[in-house]
Design a protein around this ligand. Structure first.
Ligand SMILES: [Fe+2]
Length: 189
C-alpha cells in the first residue's frame, strides 16, 4: 500500500475540493458502503481494541474517514482544529494507519493548544494513536518520504459528554451528517 502512488498517482496537490473525493477515495468509500463485512470488522475493532483504552463508555464515528498521503502531496488540505469544523471539543481522535506513518507522510500536530510546535504523529502499522484533534492544530506537510501513507481516522466521545440538543445544531463538513447518534455517531453495543 505504501507504493500505491506507483500505480495510481494523483494528478495534482489535493485541495479543499477533492481531499476526500479522488477516484481512490471513491473506490474505498463505495466498497465500504457496500460491505457489511467491513462495517462488522470496524465495529469489532472499536469495541475490542479502542474501547479498552478508556475508563468510560464511548460513542464512535459510525464510518471511519479514509486518507491517502502520496509522495509530493498532502492528505488533508489545511492545518486546522477539528472544532473549527463543527466538531465537539470533547471528541477524541483515533488514528489507524494501514502503512507505517512517519516523518512527512504522517500528520503533524502541536503539543499544547496554540503553541504550533508541530511534530510528526508517528505510528507503525499495527499501532493506533489517540489524540486531541478537536483542540490541537494539526495538518500535513508535503510527503517527502517516497512512501504513501494510507490510514483511517475516526472520533470517539465519552457518552457522558454527548448532548443531543447541542449536537443536532451541527453538521459535518464533508458528508453533511448531523453529529448525533444514528448519523455521524453510533453507540457501542
Ligand atoms: Fe483533523
Amino acid at each position: 500500500m505504501s507504493k500505491l502512488h506507483e500505480q495510481n498517482a494523483f494528478a495534482g496537490r489535493l485541495s479543499e475540493g477533492n481531499d476526500q473525493s479522488t477516484d481512490l477515495h471513491r473506490l474505498f468509500y463505495d466498497g465500504m458502503d457496500s460491505s457489511p463485512a467491513f462495517k462488522e470488522l470496524y465495529d469489532r475493532f472499536v469495541s475490542e481494541v479502542v474501547r479498552p483504552n478508556f475508563d468510560f463508555d464511548i460513542i464512535f464515528q459510525t464510518y471511519p474517514t479514509f486518507r491517502i498521503h502520496q509522495p509530493h502531496n498532502v492528505a488533508v488540505f489545511a492545518y486546522h482544529r477539528d472544532r473549527d469544523y463543527n466538531h465537539h471539543p470533547k471528541e477524541i481522535n483515533v488514528f489507524l494507519p494501514m502503512t507505517d506513518a512517519y516523518e512527512t507522510n504522517t500528520f503533524w500536530i502541536e503539543s499544547v493548544e496554540g503553541l504550533e510546535d508541530y511534530t510528526p504523529a508517528e505510528a507503525a502499522f499495527g499501532e493506533i494513536l489517540i489524540f486531541d484533534g478537536a483542540n490541537l492544530r494539526h495538518g500535513n506537510k508535503e510527503n517527502g518520504t517516497g512512501h504513501t501513507r494510507v490510514s483511517f481516522d475516526f472520533r470517539v466521545m465519552d457518552v457522558a459528554d454527548y448532548d443531543e440538543e447541542h449536537q443536532l445544531s451541527l453538521t459535518s463538513k464533508t458528508k453533511g451528517k448531523r453529529f448525533i447518534i444514528g448519523e455521524y455517531f453510533q453507540a457501542l453495543d
